[in-house]
Design a protein around this ligand. Structure first.
Ligand code: PMP
Length: 377
């Protein structure tokens, strides 16, 4: 053990950090960002917004980010669920918002349960706050996983797992990363009712990409003070570099997060540029339909190449049928296409980007050769 490792908290020793590769490749489809640049008219407004706050950078920013919360509440209210600014909280990415939740409602001696495979940061954030991660399960055994639906989470299974552990925090991810499908709201309400002492977090980072008719858990907030819905500007809003994530919940729960956040955690430029982007919400969301088209194109094309895509409500597709995920990941990278190895045997995940990127990805898959496919002699 190194000298530093000896000094490190015991529960962090031997752990590896979150590490999606950041490689300079022609086709980067590994972190579910938007492939579309911020449109010029929004760039102009962002630059003007930074210029407007720059002289005041000698002062701390508004600690309560009041105007930004008002704008985020207005944005969320567009979906039909009216929300007030006191119901909204924000951070530097939804990762930070999730951290605040775990700092406030997790911690030593407390358990957080999530249904894996799901977003890899949920267990990491749980561990960094000294909380104990409970690995719940989605779907059925690996041998039955081929074909759509195999990663689903049923009401019965979710309730049984939650009742067995009685956790302090439950993560539901909908649409789920990395599998792609959204949960039905009956799973959310059943989990909420089965976990009477839990804060139930529905991570809706990809909500704007969901297929028609997929309701948001925002509609369930009224009368459920333990329910939280997290969102982000990193995905559909095409603003991953802006680092702005947020949540909606009961005002009292939101207020409790002020106990754990660092003062002034959202810088004045961060608040200003997020507000500028929100003023152009329709423009910023203008590529969502085009991205969904590419997602559906990937789902429709992969079976013809001998692979099994999982249906998706997000801006990515998980696909199975690979003999060796790591070998295929490397072979695609050698052809300039970076996808994500999410640690599920025989599967990889690809982000839906521009039509040209989809073509490059599908061409690279087609060029792989049969020895990459599972079940080939
Ligand atoms: N939740 C899910 C399900 C995600 O996939 C991601 C990013 N990959 C996040 C939250 C965090 O994103 P950000 O911090 O950029 O908001």
């Amino acid at each position: 053990m190194s000298a530093i490792e000896e000094l490190l908290r015991e529960d962090l020793r031997g752990r590896t950090a979150y590490g999606a590769p950041q490689l300079d490749v022609p086709v980067a489809l590994n972190t579910n960002e938007s492939s579309y640049a911020v449109p010029p008219e929004v760039v102009d407004e962002i630059v003007a917004a930074v210029a407007a706050v720059a002289p005041g950078l000698n002062r701390y920013p508004d600690r309560e980010f009041t105007d930004l919360r008002t704008d985020l509440a207005a944005y969320l209210s567009r979906s039909g669920t009216r929300l007030r600014s006191e119901q909204v909280w924000a951070g530097n990415g939804s990762n930070e918002v999730l951290l605040h939740l775990l700092q406030a409602f997790g911690g030593q001696g407390r358990e957080a349960l999530g249904f894996t495979p799901a977003y890899s940061m949920h267990p990491i954030i749980t561990a960094t706050t000294g909380s104990t991660w409970v690995d719940g399960m989605r779907g059925v055994g690996a041998e039955d996983r081929r074909g759509g639906g195999a990663f689903d989470l049923s009401v019965e299974s979710a309730v049984e797992q939650v009742e067995r552990h009685d956790p302090h925090v439950v993560f539901l991810c909908s649409p789920n990363n990395p599998t792609g499908t959204a949960l039905t709201l009956d799973v959310v309400t059943a989990v909420h009712d089965a976990a009477p002492r839990a804060v139930v977090v529905v991570d809706e980072a990809y909500a704007e990409f969901a297929r028609a008719g997929t309701p948001s858990a925002l509609t369930l907030l009224e009368g459920r003070p333990r329910l939280v819905v997290t969102r982000t500007m990193s995905k559909a809003f095409a603003f991953a570099g802006g680092r702005l994530g947020y949540l909606a919940a009961d005002p009292e729960l939101v207020d409790a997060l002020r106990l754990v956040r660092m003062p002034y955690h959202l810088s004045a430029p961060a608040q200003a540029i997020a507000r500028a982007a929100l003023r152009h919400a329709d423009t910023m969301l203008g590529t969502v339909d085009a991205i969904k088209e590419q997602r559906d194109r990937i789902v429709e094309s992969l079976p013809g190449l001998g692979l099994d895509p999982v249906p998706s409500d997000a801006n990515f597709v998980l696909f199975g049928g690979l003999r060796d995920s790591a070998a295929t990941w490397r072979a695609l990278l050698d052809r300039g296409v970076l996808v994500r190895d999410v640690g599920i045997d025989h599967y990889l995940r690809v982000t839906a980007g521009t039509p040209e990127e989809t073509t490059a990805f599908l061409d690279a898959v087609a060029a792989l050769g049969p020895d990459h496919l599972e079940g080939q002699p």
